[in-house]
Design a protein around this ligand. Sequence first.
Ligand SMILES: CC(C)(COP(=O)(O)OP(=O)(O)OC[C@H]1O[C@@H](n2cnc3c(N)ncnc32)[C@H](O)[C@@H]1OP(=O)(O)O)[C@@H](O)C(=O)NCCC(=O)NCCS
Length: 372
Amino acid sequence: MQVQGLEDVVAAESSICFIDGDKGILSYRGIDIHELARKSTFEEVCFLLWEGRLPAREELAATQREIGAERAIPGEILSFLASLARTAAPMEALRTAVSALSAADPDGADMSPAANRRKARRLTGQIGTVVAAYERLRRGQAVVPPDPGRSHADDILRMLGGQTAPSSAVRALDIALILHADHELNASTFAARVTAATLSDMHSAVTSAIGTLKGPLHGGANEAVLQMLREIGSLDRVDADIRARLARKERIMGFGHRVYSTEDPRATHLREMSRQVAESSATTLWYDMSQRIEQIVNAEKKLNANVDFYSASLYFMLGIPPDLFTPLFAVSRISGWTAHVLEQYAHNRLIRPRAEYTGPSYPQPYVPMDAR
Ligand SMILES: CC(C)(COP(=O)(O)OP(=O)(O)OC[C@H]1O[C@@H](n2cnc3c(N)ncnc32)[C@H](O)[C@@H]1OP(=O)(O)O)[C@@H](O)C(=O)NCCC(=O)NCCS
């Protein structure tokens, strides 16, 4: 067994997400991600992940209303965010705000299944607003209150930019939210389940997950991709730069995956969306550079682009600041995290693995202080 990194270890039973990494298949509750990306909405996917089936028309309308209503965040959390606005990075602010939101949650310490379902919807709504409000606060702009009548993607872009975003941008973000919503036992979801399995509360589980998503080997990779694109700066510098990085044995962010040996099916959509947005933008530079990097890394390292590679150029062309890329990942993945936490509570057993001991052999003498 591969102990390092728990590779290929099955650590939970779950009926939420199916991945076949050799065939490049990803499905939520058995429905193929390509179909969901083409036909669904983020709110519909939330219902699917939480309830295990697609909603009927009225159920979808109710889910949209509930998430929309839950986008409102308490005034004390906004004041708290304002107090962080000069120093904290958005991902730190989000992690801290979710932890703080537990104290303001109307369901409090209620751990009943009904209260936890409400918390799942509430956190899904609130996280979008926290990210948008924090961005406005750190820019010294007035916070734009949520409009519960809009879709999640539409309202987040409006709360960020202060005006209604074009429908093409709204649909692009909606698809990105669908694509990022769940991914089986990825590191942050595993962290959420480990926390939930101690019967700790939903806010604690999501706070653990956000802290885990933040790392550059996980959700933080999308921001790192944009940093790389900016460092390279022009199409004619891509070849030399990427080859030099590979020669220095650096990791190229946005490539490789623990589970997929073929193309990450999410990358297929994000590449296409990045291309489409580039073609209607002032410049196609970020897409062109990304495409060239992909060709080189494919050829030299046989590594495929993952979900984080083309989301970087896509979000940047949509006018989203790079350090919001990972928080936006959380805005989507909250649906998967909370679905997994609900599933964990429903069939709980403490998650407590063992370690293979590699320290000094037992027993070692306890050497008195004066003799050390
Ligand atoms: C995702 C990731 C963490 C998976 O890691 P893993 O399953 O533990 O794979 P390993 O780190 O063991 O890598 C296996 C080999 O591929 C290489 N490799 C993996 N990803 C690479 C990358 N992005 N760039 C260059 N080489 C890479 C490793 O150097 C290693 O080569 P070696 O055997 O010669 O040392 C890894 O591919 C990575 O760091 N990617 C970049 C970060 C990223 O995009 N994360 C988002 C994931 S959705």
